[in-house]
Ligand binder design. Structure first.
Ligand code: S3P
Length: 435
């Protein structure tokens, strides 16, 4: 499926953004490993998180869906998973695969993790190498890519490990393996990353000590079932934050969005650019800070994005590039080489699409300079990357012509219903059969 996107109306109204992807993956995993029954409220009905739930069903966990966005997970206990009857399909989800690598490394049985074409190209040595230090045996394909063949029945030992790249996925994989290891597992990070694994393990009763950039966990513990309330996903809200900031006359309210400080780098960057985004009705939802974001159009100016913000906005660069494209003056991004190994090479994908729409983008190995200008119409590729597709849907709202966005089916991995919600807010956006 493609999208035909063009400038619509000023963006107005109040939008409910679906549940957080990172939290939804983890909620299913920990609930499955806990003793007792856990309810998950606000579960993201995306392909990525549904793939994770389907994997746990294959591992012998009973999961009920009483209504959309709810799950009741009948935990089997830390040692209660059973051998799957074939390869486990993580779909598009790097989070699913990397966290499962750690979790399955500690089981008595073998398992094979596979993924879609994009996931099958993503680097897995970042998890398999430190897991091997703990005693895990995981084979990758040539080049360190999936499928992952995990040999069960290994004795794991805790390690004290400093991550080479700031990655919540790697940290989480090691902590999950650490649950099955003898002794303590310590993970230290060059830059603090999202800490949902640590927070949620604590909520499930684990003895875990953590502070920004540090986590320590004792092996051999059991988890206790608990209910999880999933906040709305900041990364999904990001496309609407940017769209309302660049379309004159917009005033959009995004209800009760998760504002975990390890996720909100884009909010800081947009405010540095002059965006008018207010937080109202602040509350706590499932232990996470949330607030309504009231976003009004404002003229933006280019900035040098502080490198220290990069880990806190790692999923938001496609959206940031669009804000930068519509700003006054260039925006410089540095220290973001990780973008090259996401669902697509996001520096290259955004640069290519924005060039098609008439802009100059200078790419570097770890960033880019975006020179703003008038956006014209054209055909851009999503590179099968959900966030690239949604970013160009937002960009099109300021384009002079129609933007054809190719291969958008992947949006369902993280934001099912994005197109209908966007149209309701005023986006010019239509589904088009592939030509
Ligand atoms: C995620 C961590 C980040 C992020 C991804 C989700 C997580 O990846 O990009 O979308 O849920 O832990 P890295 O840990 O590779 O930076």
């Amino acid at each position: 499926m493609d999208w035909r996107a063009r400038a619509g109306a000023p963006l107005r109204g109040t939008l409910a953004i679906p549940g957080d992807k990172s939290v939804s993956h983890r909620a299913v995993m920990f609930a499955a490993l806990a003793d007792g029954t856990s309810r998950i409220d606000g579960f993201l009905e995306g392909e990525d998180t549904r793939a994770t739930a389907a994997i746990f069903a294959r591992l012998g966990v009973r999961i009920e869906t009483p209504s959309p966005s709810r799950r009741i997970v009948h935990g089997v206990g830390i040692d209660g998973l059973r051998a799957p009857d074939g390869p486990l399909d993580c779909g598009n989800a790097g989070t699913g695969m990397r966290l499962l690598a750690g979790l399955l490394a500690g089981q008595r049985f073998d398992a094979v993790l596979v993924g879609d074409a994009s996931l099958s190209k993503r680097p897995m040595r970042r998890v398999t190498v430190p897991l091997a230090k703990m005693g895990a045996r995981i084979d990758t394909e040539e080049g360190g890519v999936p499928p992952l063949r995990i040999h069960g029945g290994q004795r794991l030992v805790g390690i004290d490990h400093t991550l080479e790249v700031a990655s919540a996925q790697v940290k989480s994989a090691l902590l999950l393996a650490g649950l099955y290891a003898d002794g303590e597992t310590v993970v230290r990070e060059p830059h603090p990353t999202r800490d949902y694994t640590e927070r949620m393990l604590a909520a499930f009763g684990a003895d875990i000590e953590f502070s920004p950039g540090y986590a320590r966990l004792r092996g051999g513990q059991r988890l206790r079932a608990t209910d999880v309330a999933v906040p709305a996903d900041f990364s999904s809200a990001a496309f609407f934050m940017v769209a309302a900031s660049i379309v004159p006359g917009s005033e959009l309210r995004l209800s009760q969005v998760g504002l975990n400080p390890r996720r909100t780098g884009l909010l800081q960057a947009l405010r540095m650019m002059g965006a008018d985004i207010r937080e109202e009705n602040a509350a706590t939802h499932g232990g996470e800070p949330v607030a309504d974001l009231l976003v009004r159009y404002a003229p933006l100016r280019g900035i040098e994005v502080p490198e220290a913000l990069v880990p806190d906005m790692i999923d938001e660069f496609p959206a940031l590039f669009v804000a930068a494209a519509c700003a006054d003056g260039p925006t410089v991004v540095r220290g973001a080489a990780e973008l090259r190994v996401k669902e697509s090479d996001r520096l290259a994908s955004m640069a290519a699409g924005l060039r098609t729409l008439g802009l100059r983008i200078d790419e570097t190995p770890d960033g880019a300079t975006i020179f703003p200008g008038a956006l014209r119409g054209g055909a851009v590729e999503s590179h099968d990357d959900h966030r690239i597709a949604m970013a160009f849907a937002a960009a099109a709202q300021r384009a002079e012509g129609e933007v054809l966005i190719r291969d958008v089916a992947n949006v369902a991995t993280s934001f099912p219903g994005f197109d209908a919600l966007a149209r309701g807010a005023g986006f010019g956006l239509e589904n088009a059969a592939v030509e």
